[in-house]
Write a protein that binds this ligand. Structure first.
Ligand SMILES: NC(=O)c1ccc[n+]([C@@H]2O[C@H](COP(=O)([O-])OP(=O)(O)OC[C@H]3O[C@@H](n4cnc5c(N)ncnc54)[C@H](O)[C@@H]3O)[C@@H](O)[C@H]2O)c1
Length: 415
């Protein structure tokens, strides 16, 4: 069998979900239409390790229809949408992904996907790329792509340490990715996940957002829009200053811990909320993470500080601390928007995955000529995707007149 999934019988439900995503992903689908006659991915073997959601379903169908031979695994133990995985398997795609897998099975799934001996890897968080390197089996690889900030950080560290053995396109670093997906996508879907898991009223709450980067900014804005009082914690003075001038309160976590009602981590760092903070928190405090890995809230110390642990619903766990206070952790500290909701809206994934497709085609076109490094996405690709997105929204913009172009590219005209 070339798949391992939870529930094959959910295929029809999954197909309906993918259809809905498809309706909202015109940029990716138009690109596919234009490229179909060329079959640019014909005979190229892909291994993908990216949340198996309805939007990823559209990406997978696109790669397949353009000729790719592909296999896919999940990039997080709790983010797979089992119905989507079933739909794709029903269409003959090789999928190794299930919601709720153990760490061991998570890595087994990655290794099963690697079995295709990929020419191109598509990764989200760098677990597949790291495992590829650990296996040493790189003879057929042309290159890879990386979807998220944490993955790019890891891969740049590999490059710096001389460990990276094949070229990577940093899809996350495209403007049409991180300025939209990370900001608007996570901004909306993280709150969606928290609301679905708890049904709390955000209005009037004190919401503490750790990290004021792309994701943090998006979530802070949405929480404020709901009527919350938002506190930002940061370690970077520039980001902290931006948060202050955007109108938020900026505090160290030690102070924020005492006042927050809801905490959302978005840093890509570890142990941002830890035992000393849990002990200061108010009874009823809710904790959620939107960063890539489940390391931002120190779950081990939350467990060891607790006398009782109780499951409230599928995605909310109550931790009763020794002094009696109860804290509520959503989605086991894994990315709340994918665990407790459906992930980003399809409209933003449209641009992220158009970047994935064009970056993969680029890797195939230049195969063998790039040295092992992490590459930024070219401005022309960003412009192409932004233009296509605007067109799909029926939005026209101005163009420079000749005089304006001369003015903007010259120096002679001044006061
Ligand atoms: N949930 C999702 O669907 C989703 C989507 C996109 C990105 N991500 C992930 O979210 C995380 C953040 O991504 P981003 O694009 O916003 O990154 P970013 O680099 O733009 O922002 C991270 C911010 O966190 C701050 N920070 C780092 N360590 C901190 C600490 N200990 N305390 C407080 N602040 C700290 C940094 O100074 C920076 O301003 C990454 O792990 C990324 O992979 C998740």
């Amino acid at each position: 069998m070339n798949y391992r999934i939870n529930a094959p019988k959910l295929a029809e439900e999954g197909k309906r979900k993918i259809y809905w995503a498809q309706v909202h992903m015109p940029v990716l689908l138009n690109l596919k239409e234009k490229l179909l006659s060329e079959s640019p991915l014909k005979g190229v073997k892909f291994a993908g390790c990216l949340h198996v959601t309805k939007e990823t379903g559209v990406l997978i169908r696109t790669l397949r229809d353009l000729g790719a031979d592909l296999t896919w695994c999940g990039c997080n133990p709790l983010s797979t949408q089992d119905d989507v995985a079933a739909a794709l398997v029903d269409e003959g795609v090789s999928i190794y992904a299930s919601r709720g897998v153990s760490n061991e099975q998570y890595y087994d799934d990655i290794h099963s996907a690697m079995g295709i001996k990929p020419n191109v890897t598509i990764d989200d968080g760098a677990d597949l790329t790291v495992e590829m390197h650990n296996s040493g089996n790189l003879s057929e690889v042309y290159g890879g792509t990386e979807e998220t900030t944490t993955g790019v950080v890891r891969l740049r560290a590999m490059e710096k340490n001389g460990k990276l053995k094949y070229p990577i396109m940093a899809v996350n670093d495209a403007e049409t990715k991180h300025d939209f997906d990370n900001v608007y996508g996570t901004g909306q879907s993280a709150l969606d996940g928290i609301i679905r898991a708890t049904n709390i009223l955000i209005s009037g709450k004190i919401v503490v957002v750790s990290g004021y980067g792309h994701v943090g900014k998006g979530i802070a804005r949405r929480a404020a829009g709901h009527g919350a009082n938002v506190i930002i914690t940061e370690i970077d003075p520039i980001a902290a200053l931006k948060a202050k001038l955007d109108g938020y309160t900026v505090l160290p976590m030690a102070s924020a811990a005492m006042t927050g009602d809801l905490f959302i981590t978005t840093t890509g760092c570890k142990d941002v909320i830890r035992e000393e903070h849990f002990l200061k928190m108010k009874n009823g405090t809710i904790l959620a993470n939107a960063g890539h890995f489940n390391v931002e809230i120190s779950i081990d110390t939350l467990k060891s500080s607790s006398v009782k642990v109780k499951q409230i619903n599928q995605n909310t766990t109550e931790y009763e601390l020794k002094k009696g206070n109860k804290l509520y952790l959503i989605g086991e500290g894994r990315l709340v928007n994918l665990v407790a909701a459906e992930g980003h809206p399809s409209e933003v994934m449209d641009m992220s995955f158009a970047n994935q497709l064009l970056s993969a085609i680029k890797l195939i076109q230049v195969k063998g000529s790039l040295s092992p490094a992490v590459y930024n996405i070219e401005k022309t690709q960003d412009q192409q995707i932004a233009k296509a997105k605007l067109e799909s929204m029926d939005i026209n913009i101005d163009t420079l007149t000749e005089e304006q172009h001369t003015y903007l590219t010259g120096f002679s005209e001044g006061t």
